[in-house]
Design a protein around this ligand. Sequence first.
Ligand code: PRX
Length: 656
Amino acid sequence: MSGIDSVLKETRLFPPSDEFRTNATVSGMDGYNALCDKATADYEGFWADLARSMLSWKKPFTQVLNQDNAPFFKWFEDGLINVSYNCIDRHLETKANKVAIIFEADDGSVTRVTYRELYHRVCQFANGLKSLGVTKGDRVVIYMPHTIEAVVAMQACARIGAIHSVVFGGFSAGALRDRIQDAQAKVVITANETVRGGKATPLKSITDEALGLGGCESVSKVIVFQRTSTKPEHWNEERNIWWHKLVKDQADTCEPEWVEAEHPLFILYTSGSTGKPKGIQHSSAGYLLGTQVTMKWVFDYKETDVYWCTADVGWITGHSYIAYGPLGIGATQVVFEGVPTYPDASRFWQMIEKHEVTTFYTAPTAIRSLIKLGGDLPKKYDLSSLRLLGTVGEPINPEAWMWYYEVVGGSRCPIVDTWWQTETGCNMIAPLPGAVATKPGSCTLPIPGIMADIVDESGAQVDLGKGGFLVVSKPWPSMVRNIWGDSERFKKTYFPEDYNGKLYLAGDSAHRDENGYIWIMGRIDDVLNVSGHRLGTMEIESALVANPLVAEAAVVGKPHDIKGESVVAYVVLKAARPEGEEAKRIAKELREWVAHEIGKIAQPDEIRFGDNLPKTRSGKIMRRLLRDIAKGLEITADTSTLENPAILEQLRQSAI
Ligand code: PRX
């Protein structure tokens, strides 16, 4: 592991202010340690108490953790619950008139929805789904703009026990088709268009294209939400139904379907190092519990908060910290359809002022791009409502952290740098803001009850300061339950034999500093993190070689100031290696091709053409060398095992 030994040495510590600490849910290190001690002394009792106090059960559970069929763990399995009931109905008695969602559209218009209104909307749509024959266990794909309706659609599925699979609105027809097919979805919910940054994308047409690609015979209906006045290109009377027509005559109450605690709430696809995206399957009760506990501890939720997470519901952050976490705890939250840079780079700051946001959760890539586009802009707005800031998705560099802390947070607000994953369901390593002093760039300490560790190849804990593999040594309630339809891959990926199937392998490398704080150093597999979004190099390579011009492709990541990582593709064409203008033209064509095959986020930033790729004599592509070339480094490694060492020089000079 010597290659990942860290060189970072950050010593600045930012303890919470006395005021913050005094008012925090978990106050001071004594509070934090007391919770950790409780979890160590009686792990199951610790989680059982939380599950009883934070969730509302139809039938209480008597069993806590079942490890009989490890690593297919079961939590609270004999309890009956409904997630939508927990997110909406249980608040109606005390806060029916509280605003649940402040929705700001791309064009700036604002709509407020109370818990009572949300309840009726969810019930009507749930009844609409039922009228189409959707029942418990059916899969529903949601391919929608980031709007109130996307949240309503997710909650309605949860209400009737249908399993949703949200596909990010930026994904292509091909990616959508793959997900519909893998999940064998019965219904797809989409919109005529999505509008972000003033630009419209025709989601309905892309859905038609996806269904036209074949393999989606499971789909019987496509529900279309009318987001704009633009008419869809085609309308299939049998398959398509408008959202507003579907809900028009539906009753506005709907008895929740009480499901077993382990009933799958959703599947969300994410990239792995090999093969097609994995359908990460989450449970109902354990998942919801993770979101509730972290809303309380990490986001230090207060009844008066106006909470805003800027993610899209297409990603896990939008699931746990928009669709479920804040609603479960009864918060008022902002849901924003647009992008941080439209109409200009002050949009976030303007919205924080306008909605008096107290808790703001965003991604380092957004912070970095906003620093670049207008580092002084936050000063023009009144951001004094803020009391807590958060980041997620990738490591934050200390300079960006300091700017966020000083310029946005007025040196007053703790920053919770939250490490977690699609698979973990909720924040895992993050400072509890009234307890743990923060350090720029470190996600600090595991939350109580999460047994995170850093180990070497043999599973032994590494010394402080040494790099190793980030693992979790005990199952936790909100963990991934399976890869949809692929239990073998689940076991191999997350509970590898190297550790006797006993440790959850996160896929990240990390180290601990002298305070025991955890620093995430990057992925250990061929997964890229571009603007906080996970992309498998394999997926992009497969997309490239599917182009008729391409014979072979290898994709690597390269550090990028704003996006964290950018995508570099090495391509061998079937025809001779192109040069000059022709190379530029083909590179542009291939970029557009990848955008069409997967989505814009996967587009290579750089394409280099070669006669072939650097391979060992056994035919393995030497990605390490390709990464060095992408970074512009001299190749100092021994290249004598290469079949074709001369190719390195050609690739080095092939930047276009
Ligand atoms: O590499 C880690 C990085 O994002 C990966 C998980 O990606 P995804 O499943 O798409 O979920 C992103 C949102 C939870 C991790 O394996 N990552 C996530 N949060 C952090 C992070 N890296 C460093 N610091 C973080 N706070």
